[in-house]
Design a protein around this ligand. Structure first.
Ligand SMILES: [Fe+2]
Length: 253
């Protein structure tokens, strides 16, 4: 059985359309929407093809129309694209996002899977890096062969005890300086971490059809072309900036 694992598509239809893998089963680890210009096409593709899909924090934000606070980097982009995403989607698509489970346990070809966007401890929001010790505490008690996660946009595969923890990386929004689209394949137990070229200029062009503000369009065009966001005056990488904002929010909460 050949399993395609995708995550963090973020309304980037040209990136998703570039995945030309044959597969028997598709699994989606959440964050279908926000940031990008084409949520309708992405949701339709996932609804038609993914056997299982879990809800990401951005799917939740769009489904529930949650306000975003913060002016830096990716927090600004979430705020600037959420309302436009909601306007584009019909009630049925938003209901689909709202109904997605946050944690999914299932068996495929005799192997047990746990799928969650962020972590079992905090399914929508916790950032857990590619660190086996941290994952060991998160998945203790789950007797599964595979744990599939997303959220950090960091592609990895690691052994944690007898469990393989896989993050397929982000299909549609990179933060590491490499603009290529990422996903993963499990083919009869062999794990492949993939990165492919896609037509990111088509994604940039599609921004022109959105109601995003000019600042958001320019920031996103930079992210699609360079694979990261760098603050124009401070030079701070957006990922670092985002994590800083996030840590502050969590500390207050
Ligand atoms: Fe994401």
């Amino acid at each position: 059985m050949r399993i395609l694992i995708i995550s963090d598509i973020h309304s980037n239809w040209p990136a998703l359309a570039a995945v030309q893998e044959p597969f028997d089963v598709c699994l989606c680890v959440g964050d279908l929407v926000e940031y990008g210009p084409q949520p309708i096409e992405v949701i339709q593709w996932v609804r038609e093809r993914a056997l299982h899909c879990v809800r990401g924090n951005h799917d939740h934000g769009t489904a529930q129309n949650i306000d975003v606070f913060g002016v830096g980097g990716f927090r600004y982009l979430t705020m600037a694209t959420r309302h436009s995403t909601i306007e584009l989607l019909n009630a049925d698509d938003r209901r689909y996002l709202a109904d997605l489970p946050t944690v999914k346990l299932f068996t495929l070809a005799g192997k047990r899977y746990l799928m969650v966007h962020a972590s079992p401890r905090d399914p929508l929001d916790e950032y857990v890096p590619a660190d086996a010790a941290q994952w060991a505490t998160r998945i203790a008690g789950f007797a599964v062969d595979y744990v599939l996660v997303g959220h950090t946009h960091q592609q990895f595969s690691m052994d944690v005890g007898k469990t393989k923890v896989i993050n397929p990386g982000s299909l549609g929004l990179q933060r590491d300086g490499n603009p290529m689209a990422r996903y993963a394949i499990i083919d009869n137990g062999q794990i492949e971490l993939k990165q492919i070229e896609y037509d990111y200029e088509a994604t940039v062009a599609a921004l022109g059809n959105t109601s995003f503000d000019l600042k958001a369009k320019q920031m996103l065009a930079d992210v699609y072309r360079t694979g990261r966001y760098v603050h124009p005056t401070t030079g701070v990488n957006g990922h670092t900036e985002m994590n800083g904002s996030y840590a502050k929010v969590k500390a207050i909460a």
